[in-house]
Design a protein around this ligand. Sequence first.
Ligand SMILES: [Zn+2]
Length: 97
Amino acid sequence: MTFEHAKCPLCLDQIAERSRLPDRGYQYQCPACGGPFEVSALAQRRAGKVGIHPGARAKMQQHLLDGKRPRVVFVNTTPNSYYEVREVNASEQTIIN
Ligand SMILES: [Zn+2]
């Protein structure tokens, strides 16, 4: 089990447990936001110190409230880049133990 501790990119308040997902960025478990939830490597870089964009953050938190596992990616397009949130299906989930 390889958890590291990192500031939660959703609430920016708690220290979350973070694990690397093979080719998929990161999985987080936050004491305040819950989880697990996933953040792509690019979304993580874009979030930086200010965190995930508030609109995407609200969608992530709604999925978590609904008992789903959300994933946020950053779609880098011209002229408008954006965060996209979707649910990770059970078959796609990486089991970390
Ligand atoms: Zn959090």
